[in-house]
Design a protein around this ligand. Structure first.
Ligand code: CP
Ligand code: NVA
Length: 332
């Protein structure tokens, strides 16, 4: 039996295929439970702190509502002394004395790793510059739910910034689950070759595959879903011009979607620049004349778009991660 009690989730690289499958199965179970009964007591008596350096809508609210659903209590902390008046080590020790678990969102992967090292309680990575593991869990859940085929017969394509936290986390979860994963991205925005080599080996051992390149037809061939993310991630706001130049040809639009299988799904971690209803979207339109960036409004709103199911699944998967790492496996 898989037992994750006491474990942190810093990157999915640390989790085995069985452990990831266990979390996904638990997520499905908890989704069903919420539909039927609304709430439970798996996290009763558990104090959870969300230590966030970057902004968030989904991740923060998913951690909070997931905890509330199962009787947990949450503190949202964005203005701590950490790193300014108090060392990371001291902060981690304090939080470990007050809380049963820590969710961290921020810049350096090293910070989330050090929090886990010093706090002595499970730490969950809610996004760093390198990884977004809880996102990838929700994405894999949405893909498998939406496509309805076994992992080894399912193919998805990430189109865009191939070295960002989301693309890399999708590559890792795909390899671990034996999915077919294609990364359509410019050479300049390709992931680390060492990681690609490692993940290619893992994917192939598990009946999946990993493809990286610039040939749209090859990438989209037999694709069940296309995924994209913003062209400029949090913390790299000064790269807009360069990213528009590199990624404009990689916009997900009707023509690109038509290269996939009939009924090909569209996925996005959100937030998305698909129209002019955002401040940044309007600035980009005024400066560069783009009405949308990584995805057109048409594809975003199409019947194949599963982006809001994906967002909802953040709650179920994050709940599974917290429950699996905080309570005995027998009570799940
Ligand atoms: N997808 C995601 O992480 O969304 P937030 O930035 O709103 O948390
Ligand atoms: N790559 C994006 C993901 C946001 C959920 C970022 O890091 O900003």
């Amino acid at each position: 039996m898989v037992n994750l009690k006491g474990r942190s989730l810093l990157t999915l690289r640390d989790y085995s295929s069985d452990e990831i499958r266990f979390l996904l199965e638990l997520s499905v179970k908890l989704k069903e439970k919420k539909r039927k009964t609304g709430s439970g007591e798996l996290l009763k008596g558990k104090n959870i702190v969300l230590l966030f350096e970057k902004t968030s809508t989904r991740t923060r609210c998913a951690f909070e509502t997931a905890a509330f659903d199962e009787g947990g209590r949450v503190t949202y902390l964005t203005n701590s002394q950490m790193g300014k008046k108090e060392s990371l080590e001291d902060t981690a020790i304090i939080l470990g004395r007050f809380y049963h678990g820590i969710a961290f969102r921020g810049f350096k992967q090293e910070t989330v790793e050090d929090l886990a090292r010093f706090s002595g309680v499970p730490v969950w990575n809610g996004l760093t510059d390198l990884y977004h593991p809880t996102q990838a869990l929700a994405d894999a859940m949405t893909l498998l739910e939406g496509v309805g085929k076994p992992a080894g017969e399912t193919k998805w394509v990430f189109c865009g910034d191939g070295r960002n936290n989301v693309a890399v986390s999708l590559m890792i979860i795909s390899a671990k689950l034996g999915l077919h994963f294609a990364l359509l991205c410019p050479q300049e925005l390709s992931p680390d070759p060492g990681l690609v080599q490692e993940m290619t080996g893992l994917a192939e051992e598990r009946g999946g595959s990993l493809w990286i390149g610039r040939d749209r037809e090859a990438a989209l061939k037999e694709a069940d879903a296309v995924y994209t993310d913003v062209w400029v991630s949090m913390g790299e706001e000064d790269r807009m011009e360069e990213r528009i130049r590199l990624l404009k040809p990689y916009q997900v639009n009707r023509k690109l979607m038509a290269l996939g299988r009939k009924g090909c799904l569209f996925l996005h971690c959100l937030p998305a620049f698909h129209d002019l209803n955002t401040g940044i979207g309007r600035e980009v339109y005024e400066k560069y004349g783009l009405e949308s960036m990584e995805v057109t409004d048409e594809v975003f709103r199409s019947s194949g778009s599963r982006v809001f199911d994906q967002a909802e699944n953040r709650v179920h998967t994050i709940k599974a991660v917290m429950a699996a790492t905080l309570v005995e496996p027998g009570s799940l």
